[in-house]
Design a protein around this ligand. Structure first.
Ligand SMILES: Nc1nc2c(ncn2[C@@H]2O[C@H](COP(=O)(O)OP(=O)(O)OP(=O)(O)O)[C@@H](O)[C@H]2O)c(=O)[nH]1
Ligand SMILES: [Mg+2]
Length: 551
């Protein structure tokens, strides 16, 4: 049913002025659901459906409904207009219980009558009669409805009236001298239809029962009341259905409007404008702000802090320093430092075998976000939402706030996952570390070689064995150069490497920080920013849709 309606909506309404309005309202309704007042949204949805259905049906017919209080003479007026004694005119009140339809020009009207819910036994076709009267031709395309009353105790009558008053393209309200000022008709219908003056007429019936001298005053009083209702433009005619007074004029008026073929569109437009206007009042027309990069940055910073990014980054730096220092340090001191406990182990921040990501146990040992950190995240979320909601109407402020926290329960898990998925980039030793390590070993072996050589010379001297001449470079004996040079160059190299390592470790920490924050930013986007943006998309749809409906 819905998809059928959808199809029809697109088929019939596309490209036309009224079509654009219906489509606009349809879009606004879709986006407003669950965000704006439910009753208003449902009213608007009903108007969209009604308009779409009506537009799908005969455009050659205009549904004119005769409505009014019981005994006002609706059925009598209907009979006078049709020149038939079709509708029962009774003394007992109320007389009419079900709407009767008279159709001038049946072709294409069947679906419309089905949609109006008028059973066939209550339908009459005017051109099936032997009638070639000039006035009847003028009414070609009219579907005239005689409605039940709206003011008797019969509940079914009210329901039928309310239903058909919504569906008709044009309304003729019949008033009578006794009850024309009744609140029942003014408050329940006329005031509410102040926006529909263009598709309404009012007749004051039973004018024959009013003394001639009082008729003008009474008409003026009716006019005054209608003005109070806001129906300044509505036409008022004095008629007597029984005597036939004013009936030709009423016929002409109806015929004129029907021939213009504007009533259907005008009625639907009036309906659309009412509900679209109501929705716009609650939704507002303010231009939404763009997402503030500063506020988002604050949120990302708060999340990074709560997730323990600084701790991990610190560990990356320490880990790099520890590993690279051990690899490039002077072998003798690194051997001694090997006896010291691993600083990373002390931190419980083992980077796993691959050294790429934090292991699960390491992640769990990152300190949990403190209450202060958590409060900072909450405040940052609120700040983003508040910033976006500034200037918008209350329902949107609320929907944005709701959306901003809708996924917040997942935040911890997501942050944890983001840390786990980030390659910290500490797996590979710096390329130069291996070369240095090799050099260090060469140097220490050289020094040890020199020491052994000197020791041998010392031993031979002690044993008074004449030693072969010791080779020299630049006047220094080679073994001495080997010992002192090997050790000195090794120590100098180690010292130089410490600076290099510190520099590398900082670089790696910075890069890990960047990567971790990128992950955290993604989490913030998913948890907070996207839901807010969805609300803004909805807001724009409502705003633009309503603008199209009200253009
Ligand atoms: N004098 C006079 N009597 C009228 C006129 N119009 C209707 N009547 C009488 O008023 C009574 C009510 O007329 P109906 O046409 O049945 O009124 P209705 O509005 O259809 O009433 P319900 O069907 O009960 O809602 C009948 O007795 C009619 O004969 C009129 O213009 N002048
Ligand atoms: Mg009646």
């Amino acid at each position: 049913m819905t998809s059928l309606l959808e199809g029809a909506k697109k088929l019939v309404t596309r490209g036309t002025d009224i079509g654009a309005r219906v489509e606009g309202l349809d879009m606004a309704v879709g986006a407003a659901r669950g965000r704006l007042d439910e009753a208003l949204v449902e009213d608007a949805a009903a108007v969209v459906d009604r308009a779409a259905s009506r537009l799908r049906l005969s455009a050659d017919h205009t549904v004119v409904a005769i409505a009014g209080a019981t005994g006002s003479g609706k059925s009598s007026t209907f009979n006078a207009l049709t020149d038939l004694e079709l509708s029962a005119v009774g003394v007992r009140r109320p007389t009419t219980s079900w709407a009767t339809a008279c159709v001038w020009g049946r072709e294409g009207a069947s679906e419309l009558l089905t949609w109006l819910g008028i059973p066939e036994r209550h339908q009459v076709t005017r051109d099936s009669m032997l009638d070639t009267g000039h006035e009847s031709k003028d009414l070609q395309g009219v579907v005239l409805l005689d409605l039940p009353d709206h003011d008797s105790t019969e509940v079914s009558h009210h329901l039928e009236v309310d239903r058909l008053v919504k569906l008709a393209d044009m309304l003729v309200w019949v008033l009578d001298p006794q009850k024309y000022a009744d609140a029942a008709i003014h408050d329940r219908y006329l005031k509410k239809l102040a926006t529909h003056a263009g598709v309404m007429m009012v007749v004051l019936n039973h004018i024959d029962t009013v003394p001639e001298g009082r008729r003008d005053a009474m008409l003026a009083d009716v006019r005054r009341l209608l003005d109070i209702d806001g129906l300044h433009e509505v036409t008022v005619l004095a008629i007597s259905a029984r005597e036939g007074w004013g009936i030709p004029d009423l016929k002409r008026q109806i015929a004129k409007r029907v021939s213009e073929k504007k009533a259907t569109r005008q009625r639907l437009e009036a309906d659309l404008k009412v509900v679209a206007g109501d929705l716009r009042k609650v939704s507002g027309t303010a231009k939404p702000r763009d997402l503030s990069p500063e506020r988002v940055a604050e949120l990302e910073e708060a999340c990074a802090d709560a997730a323990g990014v600084p701790t991990v980054v610190d560990a990356v730096e320490k880990s790099t320093r520890f590993r690279a220092n051990r690899a490039t340090g002077w072998p003798l001191t690194t051997w001694l430092s090997g006896l010291r406990p691993d600083p990373l182990k002390r931190l419980h921040l083992d980077l796993g075998k691959s050294g790429k990501e934090l292991t699960r146990s390491a992640r769990t040992s990152i300190p949990k976000a403190t209450q202060v950190q958590r409060a900072r995240v909450d405040a940052a979320v609120r700040a983003v939402a508040d910033d976006m909601a500034t200037g918008l109407n209350k329902p949107w402020q609320e929907s944005i706030r709701r959306a901003s926290v809708s996924r917040l329960d997942d935040l911890n898990d997501r942050l944890d996952q983001a840390l786990a998925d980030t390659d910290l980039g500490v797996a590979v030793m710096p390329w130069w570390a291996r070369i240095v390590r090799f050099l260090q070993w060469v140097l220490i072996l050289t020094a040890l070689g020199g020491a052994a050589w000197l020791l041998a010379l010392f031993g031979m001297d002690y044993l008074r064995i004449s030693a072969p001449t010791t080779p020299e470079v630049q006047g220094f004996p080679v073994p001495t150069v080997m010992l002192i040079g090997g050790a000195a160059v090794g120590i100098l190299l180690a010292l130089f490497c410490r600076v290099l390592v510190r520099w590398t470790a900082r670089g790696r920490a910075r890069s890990a920080d960047r990567r971790l924050r990128k992950g955290i930013d993604g989490v913030c986007e998913h948890i907070v920013v996207t839901p807010i943006e969805e609300e803004l998309v909805a807001y724009r749809k409502v705003r633009d849709g309503l603008a199209a409906a009200l253009k």
